[in-house]
Every structure is written in structure tokens, then in C-alpha cells.
Design a protein around this ligand. Sequence first.
Ligand code: RB5
Length: 147
Amino acid sequence: MEILGIASDHAGFPLKERLRAALTAEGYDVRDFGAFAADVPVDYPDHAHPLAAAVEAGALPRAIALCGTGNGMAITLNRHRGVRAGLCWLPEIATLIRRHNNANVCVIPARFIDEATAAEVVAAFLNTPFDGGRHQRRIDKIAQPEL
Ligand code: RB5
């Protein structure tokens, strides 16, 4: 059973719950890093950092993250070494963050996407392999010392 991480803030919670249920029904072992309610405001870094730490440690090969725009999650997640989180609002973008960026976290803008599109985004992210080749060279160049 493949392990999959998922995390959100309060804005992403309702869609997280629907995606989590669907992924569990598909047979994924979904590890939930919260949030746990839509009506209790939380700070997205409090859920993004633990998820990213698990990816960084190798405990989570792939994960899904959600907040209102997706940007708070993406900005926070990408501060962790080895995390490549991409913001996806269309399945075509989810396909390309796998093919070109070898992304390991798919970030969804919960307030700007409908459930059916979000499900297509997740399916594209989970079912698309990395192209390698020239894209690996580019990924290797991401990990430069900070300027
Ligand atoms: C919460 O109101 C909202 O700011 C958050 O979900 C996210 O969009 C931040 O980037």
C-alpha cells in the first residue's frame, strides 16, 4: 500500500477531507497532517513544516497540500531540502510538474478549484512519471547555495 501524505490549513480542510476519502478508497495509505476543522483558523506553516519534514526525511515519497491559494503551502514546503512542491490548478500542470520538475508535493488552491478538477489534478500527479534527461540537470541546479 503506497504511503501518501496530505496536509492543509482551515481553508483547504473541506477539500482535503474529500480527497483523503477518495484516495483511501483507492487503496492509498494516507497520512493526515491536519488541519482538522474548517471553522478553526490555523496557520498553514504549522501543517506544512511537519509534512515537508517527513518528505525531507524520506518517510513520505509523495504528498498533497492545500490552502486557500496554495501559495502559503508552496512557499513553506519549498524551504525544505529535497522538497519540490508545485502549485497545480489544472491537471495539465500536475502532469508537467511530474514530467519536468519531478515534484514530490502537489499543492492545490482549495478556494480556486472545484472538486472534480482537484481530483483530476491529484490523479495526474500520482500517475505521471518523471521524464529525466535534461530535466534532471535543471533540478540538480536548484540546490545551489543561497545567493
Ligand atoms: C487563509 O485565509 C489563507 O491565507 C491561506 O489559506 C492561504 O491562501 C495562504 O497562502
